[in-house]
Structures are given as C-alpha cells and as structure tokens.
Ligand binder design. Structure first.
Ligand code: HPA
Length: 270
C-alpha cells in the first residue's frame, strides 16, 4: 500500500469515529447533489487527502463525503480525476485504494456517457455489463506483483446488476444494459470511431470509469456501474456534442440514478 493511501486512510479514520463505510461511490457529472442525501455527513476536501485529485472539470467538486444513505454506511467521492487531465491512467489509484482500506467491499461507479443505442437516448440510464478499453493504457502500469494480472472476466458484479434492476423495476425506472467503451478524451469521438465502437460491441462511450473499475477489482472490490446517457454518440444525431449539453442532460437523469442508488443502499443495510 502506498504511503499516500495509508495517510489518506488515517486522515479519514480520524474524522469518522466508529463509522465503517461498506459502499464506496464515485459520482459522475450531474450526480454531485447525491451527497445531500448522506445523513450525519462528514465532508473532507480532497485537498486534505494525500494522493486525491483536484478535479478540474466543471460540475465536479473535490470532496469525500462519509455517512449513511438509507441507513447504509457509505463513502462518496464527489468528483473524480480523468485520464485526460494528466495523461496518467492511475490518477484514481489512491482514492480507490483508500475506499477499500476504509472497509468498503463494493464500489459503485457512475458517469455520463454517449449512447450508441437509440432506444437508450439522452436522459436514460444504463447499467454496465462489461467494458472495452480503447485507450491502450492501464491504471496498473508499473504495478508490482502477480496480483496485477487482474481477472476482468466478471468485472461488473452480476448480483449488483440484479439488485439495481430489481430497484429499477420496483420504482418504474427504465434501466438499459450496456457495454461501455472507454475513450481517452477530452475531445469527443469522431463518427467513424463511433461506427467502429458499434461494430466492436459498445453500447455507450465515455472518458472515465474503466480505470476505477480495474483499480477496484485489483483492490478486491465488487463493482457496479451506472451511466447517465447525456447524448447519442457522435454522428448519430443532428446536434453537435458539448460539455454544456452533457451537464444539462445529466441533471435530468440524475434524479433516477439517485433513486436507484438509494434503493440499492437500503437493500445493503447497516
Ligand atoms: N463521448 C464521450 N464521453 C461522453 C459523451 C460522449 O458522447 N457524452 C458524455 N460523456
């Protein structure tokens, strides 16, 4: 474990008393308000946590919020670092390992994504079944030890997916399944890249999540992932793509994702 991780864990433990989070959650674009539902919240700025990022994207704060949602203990990251900010695929290494070191056994990752599935248009929600990396990099580059050869054959936990689907059904929220393809960004994809992604089996594209999933599996965490669809992918609609559009449409579907997360956490219990 790196010193940053040990130091970050110590900072958090010194502030949360007996609370032991079971679920780590990384909030993507538009989902920041989810932290308002954390009860008895302890909020720690990333600036006070060694190895945590200072997120540079509009719509991302840099805070770790610990407490309970629906009675279940959580550690919520409001804001993440993206590969495209630094060119470092391991930018989320310390945060993910800190969540695991605090006792979380599960990591729920959320993001905003473009859809290749016209049935899952802007404002809809997708639970990820798998991913494709189109970046050529790994957050585990340079990692020593045989456990770096992480098995990703069931990276997206089937039980978590089933629990999210059960929540979606009971709350009447349409929930699509999909394969997420990670592009490096910060530019959006070209229409030709999106056609290629479709041929390769992608249902959604985005610029995050995959590094955290790989780091999470390496740390032994069970993974669930939800995408807020903010747009049809490049070349699939008349409208061009922009970050402003991402933020506007993310806010629409964020309500549904928050309801899914809250219901899922209620099922996890104390
Ligand atoms: N591509 C990549 N990332 C995204 C998109 C997209 O179309 N929409 C939101 N994040």
């Amino acid at each position: 474990m790196s010193t940053d991780t040990e130091d970050a864990i110590a900072v958090v433990k010194s502030q949360i008393g007996a609370l032991r989070p079971k679920t780590g959650i990384i909030l993507g674009s538009g989902l920041g308000p989810f932290v308002d539902s954390v009860k008895d919240a302890v909020t720690i700025s990333y600036a006070d946590l060694p190895g945590f990022p200072e997120p540079g994207v509009g719509g991302h704060a840099g805070r770790l919020v610990l407490g309970r949602v629906a009675g279940s203990p959580v550690a919520v990251m409001q804001g993440r670092a993206h590969y495209y900010e630094s060119g470092r695929a391991d930018a989320m290494k310390t945060p993910v390992r800190t969540l695991a070191g605090l006792g979380c056994d599960t990591l729920i990752v959320t993001n905003a994504a473009g859809s290749l599935n016209r049935e899952a248009g802007p404002g809809s929600v997708m639970v990820l079944t798998d991913h494709i990396s189109f970046t050529g990099v790994s957050p585990l580059f340079g990692e020593p030890g045989d456990d770096r050869f992480v098995d990703l054959s069931a990276a997206y936990d089937p039980d978590i997916r089933a629990a999210l689907h059960a929540q979606a059904d009971s709350q009447g929220i349409p929930l699509h399944d999909g394969v997420y393809m990670w592009f490096c960004g910060p530019h959006f994809e070209t229409p030709a890249e999106i056609r290629a992604a479709g041929i390769l089996g992608a249902s959604a594209v985005g610029m995050s999540t995959v590094p955290e999933v790989i780091l999470g599996r390496h740390a032994g965490l069970k993974i669930g992932a939800l995408s807020i669809i903010t747009n049809l992918a490049a070349g699939m609609s008349e409208t061009g793509l922009s970050h402003a559009q991402t933020m506007t449409n993310a806010a629409v579907a964020a309500v549904a994702v928050q309801a899914l997360l809250t219901g899922y956490l209620a099922g996890r219990g104390a």
